[in-house]
Structures are given as structure tokens and as C-alpha cells.
Design a protein around this ligand. Sequence first.
Ligand SMILES: NC(=O)c1ccc[n+]([C@@H]2O[C@H](COP(=O)([O-])OP(=O)(O)OC[C@H]3O[C@@H](n4cnc5c(N)ncnc54)[C@H](O)[C@@H]3O)[C@@H](O)[C@H]2O)c1
Length: 339
Amino acid sequence: MEQVKLGIVGLGRLGRNHAANINYKILNAELTAVCSAIPEEVDAVMKEMKPSYGSTDYMDLFKDRDLDGIVIASNSAFHSQMVIDAANAGVKNIYCEKPLGMTLEEIELMKTAVETNGVNIFQIGYNRRFDKSLQMMKKKIDEGFIGKPILIKLANRDPVWDRENLIKFSPTSGGLVFDMLTHDYDVARWLIGSDAQTVYGIGGAYGYEGLEAVGDIDNCMLTVAFDNGVMGFLETSRNSTHGYHVEVEVFGTEGSVRMGTVPNRDRVVSYNKNGVTTECVQWFYEFWEPTFEAELQHFADCIQSNTKPVADFMDGYKAVQWAFAAKEAVDKRQIVTMK
Ligand SMILES: NC(=O)c1ccc[n+]([C@@H]2O[C@H](COP(=O)([O-])OP(=O)(O)OC[C@H]3O[C@@H](n4cnc5c(N)ncnc54)[C@H](O)[C@@H]3O)[C@@H](O)[C@H]2O)c1
């Protein structure tokens, strides 16, 4: 196949960017069909990017046998139904945004649908695996540069949110642990090549009045014991006053590798009577922008060459399983053992 024909469901905050990446940047892919429940979003993308057709009914795309793959970028609560409907309708190549599903029951149903319908390529949207710095860290770890890995530390901090927006967003996101930390857990298990054995955590609502009332928190820290003996420390926050900030360090018997110590927006350093400053990245998309193109490039390449993606269905499944254990650990302040 010369050009990979892709259809996308969801044209919101992230889906619109995915559509643009497919349309403008991924040379071996073609944005063929677009879908959103919001007609204005479909109209806007049809006008600007001119795919073959647009629809507000995702089944139009799932039944279209001319499409080589479907990108699902809808709200997390709809992933399970859409993946199940796509698999049942005969879609063979699916990219799905993270998290895979919102409940353990959902991910089981998805697994059955994907397996029984013979879905060929299933990629989950863990875009951080496509970050060049993290890829370099993984290469060095795999080559033995740090010796035997002892500890992995991850910080994942959102800039300060508008309080009302956060309270509105929180119930649909699965809450802080679920929304923020599945990315970090995926990065950790990919970098050190091991699943979690136990998880313990504490957290609370420190900065946003009313957040606790909707069952959420804004800061937490977790300790994770991995099967291979590596100790994990994961912390996350919605209160980073300087901007969006992600740090990763893997420390071993012979050295360490780390990234993201200063969340520079660019290479400018400014000096005046108040001191020395650098501007910070303010939002996740800015920080991870190249990875969003790279992950969809990978999806198109996997379809073209019929190869397994680097982040697949079981990676998504394991991250959701872990997130439930981690949430239970924080809620009960107990060590939870992974089943
Ligand atoms: N990888 C990352 O770093 C990252 C970052 C942000 C969001 N996400 C994920 O991306 C997904 C989308 O997030 P978002 O912020 O773009 O959401 P959003 O609310 O901005 O957009 C959601 C889109 O889904 C569409 N949609 C919902 N139900 C539909 C239906 N039945 N039929 C057709 N379209 C439907 C909406 O019309 C909208 O276009 C979420 O799962 C989120 O977790 C991932």
C-alpha cells in the first residue's frame, strides 16, 4: 500500500492536532475521513484539511473497508465502546488514545473484542515512548551504562489550573492518579523492563477548594516495587506555578541518566538586575509535541510494514490495571499488591 488511508474519531483538543499531523506531516498517510460528535468540528476540519468525507457517526468510518486504520481520540469514557464497535465492525488496525478504558470490566470486554475479531495492529497512545530523550535513556540503560538499575524517579507536574475547569474536568478524567500517572507508569515499566509488584501512595487536595468534594486530589506520591527489584518513586501535581514540568531519572549501580531537570521553552537565557531566567514550557502539548507526530508516523509505518507497535493493547491494559491498584493505595493509604 502506497498511502495509508486513516480515519479519525474525535477532533477535540488532541484529535484536531492528530488530524493535522496526519494531514500535513505524515508523508505516507492520508487523512481520509474525520468524525466528531460536534458538527462544527467536522466542518472546520473538512474546510481546512479537505479529507474525502466527514461524519458525526463513527460507524460510517468503522464500516468503511477502504480505510487502512482508525485513530480514536474521543473522550476517555468512550474508548471502550468505540474500540469494541470498531473490532466488531471489522476494523483491523486501531490506534486508541490513553487510557485504554475507564474500568477494569471495560478493558476485559475490549480485550475479548480485539482478540476474537482478529484486530491486527493495536497501538495505545503512550506518546512518551516516542520522546527522543527518553529513547536515549532507554538505550543507555539497555546498554548497561548505569549498571544495574536501582531506582526510577518520575515527576509529572501540571501548571496551575483554573479551579472551575479542574472541578468540571475531574469526574470525566478518572481523577489525578488515573489521568496523570498512567503515562509515568508506562514510561517506568518500558524503561526498566518490568511490571509492578506492589504500590503504596499518599496524596491530598492542597490547592483547589471543592476538589475533594468531587472525589479528587491535586497532589500525590507513590512508591512502587517492581518485579525486578527496582524501586520506583512517582509524584504528580496540579500546582506547578512555573509551568508544565516532567522529570525522569534512573539511578543504577554504575551511574544515572536523567532528563527534564529544567523545563526550558527554548534556548534563551535572560540576564538583568533581577538575575538569570529562562522561560518554561507551559502545557503538555508544547513539551511533548514531536512525540505526537512520531507516534502516528509509527502507526502508519506499522500498518504499511505489518509490524507490531512499540506500545500495544497489553501496554494499555497493564497501565489501567496498575492505575486502579495505585488509586486504591492512595485512597486507603495501604500497600496494594498487583494481581
Ligand atoms: N497522550 C496525551 O498526552 C494526551 C493528552 C491529552 C488528551 N489525551 C487523551 O485524548 C483523548 C481526547 O482528549 P481531548 O482533550 O482531545 O478531549 P476533547 O473533549 O477535547 O475532545 C473529544 C472529542 O471526542 C469527540 N467525541 C466524543 N464522543 C463522540 C462520539 N460518540 N462520536 C464521535 N466523536 C465523539 C468529541 O466530539 C470531541 O471531538 C482522551 O482520551 C485523553 O485522555 C492524551
